[in-house]
Ligand binder design. Structure first.
Ligand code: ADP
Ligand code: MG
Length: 234
């Protein structure tokens, strides 16, 4: 496999923020969004990132997922600073070691549930991608929906497919940005139980940005952001 990179140390590791600040510069006035955030998340734990809209939750998750980089300080994944990784290493990291879950599911509408779960495996040229995808769909309780298209599924079912997709590679890190924000309470509870189980059964490090008290309740650690600063940890 051309893009395989050794990340063995990942299994025992975590994500760590060391004095991380983030300033957006879009030509106009720079906007400082995170201020010296320090944070560590251990394997097998769920960390809830709380805070109002605009407090910096999505920015923090993008940094944790190596989708964006700090302006100052370091984000370490498996002990390595994301800013120091090569493009090839970053691609391999995002494709196979991190699973992303979004508020609006982001399933591809022209693919079936099974094909959506299988796609990241195919992109990484993983053998037995179909079997693995079916296994993950079974794990979220949707094996019988394998042939359904997203429009044929409820919001809760779409989010469970998205979780199956995020877990396709058995990622060490699962990043969920307001995953229950668009769901009714019962579906939201199912999604949270699956995120909790990702940590408990597979040892994933789960980071979840949320407004919901239910989501905060399933977390081991709760971190509250206000205007880009951590103002509370519990
Ligand atoms: N790409 C960007 N460029 C400029 N400002 C941004 C960008 N992304 C987010 N922001 C600003 O950063 C702040 C935090 O946003 P965000 O991380 O999305 O917070 P949250 O997810 O908690 O709502 C907001 O004021 C937002 O407007
Ligand atoms: Mg957000």
């Amino acid at each position: 496999m051309g893009d395989s990179v050794e990340w063995e140390e990942m299994a025992s590791s975590r994500v760590e923020f060391r004095g991380v600040s983030k300033t957006y510069r879009n030509g106009g006035q720079p906007v400082a969004v995170l201020h010296e955030v320090s944070l560590g998340a251990a394997p097998g734990t769920v960390t809830a990132i709380l805070g109002r809209s605009g407090s910096g939750k999505t920015t923090l998750l993008n940094l944790a997922g190596a989708m964006d980089f700090p302006t100052a300080g370091e984000v370490l994944i498996a002990g390595r600073a994301t800013s120091a990784l090569s493009a090839r290493e970053l691609t391999a990291l995002r494709r196979t070691r991190i699973g992303f879950v979004f508020q609006f599911f982001q399933l591809l509408p022209t693919l079936t549930a099974l094909e959506n779960v299988e796609l990241p495996l195919q992109l990484a040229h993983t053998p037995k991608s179909r079997e693995t995808a079916l296994d993950r769909l079974g794990w979220v309780g949707l094996e019988d929906k394998a042939g359904s298209f997203p429009y044929q599924l409820s919001g809760g079912q779409m989010q469970r497919v998205a979780i199956a997709r995020a877990l396709a590679h058995s990622p060490e890190l699962v990043i969920a940005d307001e995953p229950t924000g668009n769901l009714d309470d019962a579906s939201g509870a199912q999604v949270l139980a699956l995120l909790r189980a990702s940590a408990d059964r597979f040892g994933a490090t789960v980071l979840v940005a949320t407004h919901s008290a239910e989501a905060a309740a399933i977390a081991d650690v709760r971190v509250r952001l206000r205007d880009g600063r951590i103002v509370e940890r519990a």
